[in-house]
Write a protein that binds this ligand. Structure first.
Ligand SMILES: Cc1cc2nc3c(=O)[nH]c(=O)nc-3n(C[C@H](O)[C@H](O)[C@H](O)COP(=O)(O)OP(=O)(O)OC[C@H]3O[C@@H](n4cnc5c(N)ncnc54)[C@H](O)[C@@H]3O)c2cc1C
Length: 273
């Protein structure tokens, strides 16, 4: 059977099509799906496009931000209200990729991809999923990623998270060898509410340091309630590698990733807020 294309006008119609056809695959921005098609890895089944405007909607004016799964990196970059997310959006590929690449697709991208997802993890984002293609419910991103690892089939409608009180509370770095659009050696996102003399409940996430983006819980514990001074940063740096299991790939060895992570973490924490 050749590869077919279907169009769903609503998320619920898309959920119905996906539930009825286990070989149907959502085509969002298509930067990864179409690569599979073009390189002959995907030759059969159904590609599904969603034209529902809700899929691309952004609600960014208040403290609670809601982004449809079909929102592209370029759309994030074009929105001034989302300035704190410009660094992770800009980290995804080059301009042509960013025009197509979506937030939803990034949640499914294999490591070392997934740079935007790392930022969402540090923002404690909730993912709106149609689990088993039923009705939408909010799932913490970490739980969503665990489900993805188990191969659970889900349609993502969007993501929600609170805006950092101060944009400088949110920091992101992507380390790559090829500038400006190389793949990640690693990426780090940190949400550090509070003040430089006393950090509140910190959230720190890593990309490319495990099979999926992970929270750096040891670092979070080391930072909470502490000052972001030399001693605080040294304490965080000392536990930077807790829980990591990086891969060796064409970009870097696991050894190299472990070597450079603490250095980049300390630099990120030491940036002036
Ligand atoms: C040259 C190149 C460079 C790249 N550079 C980077 C980079 O630097 N950083 C980075 O993070 N990524 C990078 N990527 C990977 C990719 O472009 C991004 O991760 C992008 O965000 C994927 O989104 P998409 O909409 O294109 O996904 P698609 O290709 O449309 O989909 C990817 C997968 O996710 C599934 N999916 C998509 N949306 C949903 C949804 N809403 N619900 C359920 N399933 C869904 C699809 O069915 C498919 O299995 C690069 C890709 C290319 C080709």
């Amino acid at each position: 059977m050749p590869l077919g294309l279907r169009v769903a006008q609503s998320l619920s119609e898309a959920a119905g099509i996906l539930a009825a056809d286990p070989r149907a695959r959502l085509l969002s921005g298509g930067t990864l799906v179409m690569r599979d098609v073009n390189e002959g890895r995907l030759t059969e089944g159904t590609l599904l496009r969603i034209t529902d405007p809700a899929f691309r909607q952004m609600q960014v004016s208040g403290n609670r931000i809601e982004l449809g799964a079909g929102v592209t990196m370029a759309a994030v970059l074009a929105n001034r209200e989302l300035g704190f997310l410009h660094a992770p959006a800009r980290a995804v590929g080059g301009p042509a990729i960013r025009n197509m690449a979506t937030i939803g697709g990034n949640l499914f991208a294999e490591t070392p991809y997934g740079d935007f997802t790392v930022a969402l993890l540090a923002l404690d984002a909730q993912v709106m999923v149609l689990a088993g293609y039923g009705s939408a419910r909010a799932v913490p991103l970490e739980e969503f990623l665990a489900g993805r690892a188990r191969g659970e089939a889900r349609l993502v409608a969007g993501v929600q998270f609170n805006r950092p009180q101060n944009p400088a509370d949110f920091r992101f770095v992507k380390v790559s060898r090829v500038k400006p659009k190389g793949l990640s050696v690693l990426s780090i996102a940190a949400h550090l509410p509070g003040s430089a003399s006393r950090i509140g409940p910190a959230r720190v996430a890593y990309g490319a340091m495990a099979p999926m983006p992970i929270r750096a819980r040891g670092v979070e514990r080391a930072l909470e309630g502490k000052a972001l001074d030399a001693a605080g940063i040294a304490a965080a740096r000392a536990v930077a590698l807790e829980g990591v299991s990086p891969a060796t790939d064409a970009i870097a060895t696991d050894w190299y990733r472990r070597e450079v992570l603490p250095v980049h973490l300390a630099r990120l924490l030491g940036e002036r807020g």
